[in-house]
Design a protein around this ligand. Structure first.
Ligand code: FAD
Length: 293
């Protein structure tokens, strides 16, 4: 299939891109094109204008700022994968990014594109929820920050205005020595996950869990932070039996049902994968799962 006809624009500065977006009717931004191009070719979107962000200066970088890692919206997923800063300071993102599509798609796909596309199963989206990330959007009135918890407003609908461009995302860092793990179940390597689980753990000097973050992706319209699990394990010594019991509550998450899996299977995966992610984050040996009946 070929895309519908559209007018192509290639601004060189953010100000130019924002001005074009504010002025043109029915325009779409193009980042890595890994989701937009298939949607154009399948005629799911029919823009009159496509504004290409690839030549806009200053949107591709990874840096540490005030206790966070800030990543420019046009940073390629492959650059995140090979960033030593990300590997050392944000191990959850490092573990997750390798599970995003294929190296070919990661060569082009961007961090900002993934966040704005907001697929419920997207790994970067789950990591943003797990880390309580902050998204930076720029529009005609300047820049504003959006807490990631407020970013998904509906299925694949981010809280950015039609005249705004996502310019960066900030992942607040956890203290050195924290545990992190990202596990997912997909039918084939490189597919979107059916369900994923992200875990972050911090332990105190006595070995008790002092802070926990557990996120389930792919189960709902947006990733779900499972506060019940986080609460149940905080203050406790890490063990497989603790995690197994706590993660059972994931079976209560309201789950979507589609051609890939019924809701009950997603709920089962949520309980199993969150337990496995916690075991990995705590450095415990993996335990066998109970049979599904
Ligand atoms: C074969 C294949 C397998 C894949 N598997 C996975 C997977 O396992 N996990 C996963 O997460 N993704 C997967 N993807 C999707 C891929 O990661 C895309 O890179 C991502 O979804 C979109 O990023 P992009 O940079 O390509 O954005 P684009 O496709 O260019 O844009 C996506 C959407 O975001 C908007 N947008 C882009 N940038 C901005 C911005 N800065 N501000 C405002 N709006 C913006 C666009 O207008 C468009 O609506 C896969 C893709 C393919 C082709």
């Amino acid at each position: 299939m070929k895309p519908p006809p559209f007018q192509y624009h290639d601004p060189r500065t953010l100000a130019e891109a924002v001005a074009l977006l504010g002025k043109l009717e029915n325009a779409k931004l193009l980042a890595g094109g890994q989701s937009l191009m298939p949607m154009l070719n399948m005629r799911f979107v029919l823009p009159d204008h496509v504004i290409d962000l690839n030549l806009v200066e200053g949107l591709s970088y990874i840096k540490e700022v005030e206790g966070a890692i800030e990543i420019g919206a046009m940073t390629r997923q492959r650059d995140v994968e090979f960033s030593d800063l990300v590997k050392q300071r944000c191990p959850l993102l490092h573990a997750a990014i390798k599970q995003v599509g294929h190296r070919q798609t990661r060569n082009r796909g961007t961090v900002g594109g993934s966040l704005c596309h907001l697929d419920p199963a997207a790994e970067i989206v789950a990591v943003a929820a797990a880390h309580d990330a902050t998204v930076v959007a720029t529009g005609p009135k300047g820049g504003r920050e959006i807490k990631f918890a407020d970013f998904p407003v509906a299925y694949m609908t981010p809280a950015i205005e039609p005249d705004e461009i996502l310019t960066a995302v900030r992942f607040p860092l956890w203290p050195a020595g924290h545990g992190a793990a990202f596990v997912e179940f997909a039918r084939r390597h490189g597919d979107f996950a059916i369900v994923s689980a992200a875990a972050l753990l911090l332990r105190d000097g006595a070995g008790k869990i002092s802070r926990a973050s557990v996120t389930i992706g792919g189960i709902s319209a947006a990733p779900v932070r499972v506060g019940d699990v986080e609460k149940a394990i905080t203050g406790q010594a890490a063990s497989s039996s603790l995690f197994r019991t706590a993660c059972e509550s994931c079976r209560q998450i309201e789950a979507v049902e589609d051609i890939h899996a019924p809701a009950s299977y997603r709920q089962h995966l949520a309980a199993v994968l969150s337990r496995r992610a916690l075991e990995q984050a705590a450095g415990l040996p993996a335990q066998p799962s109970a049979r599904v009946h």
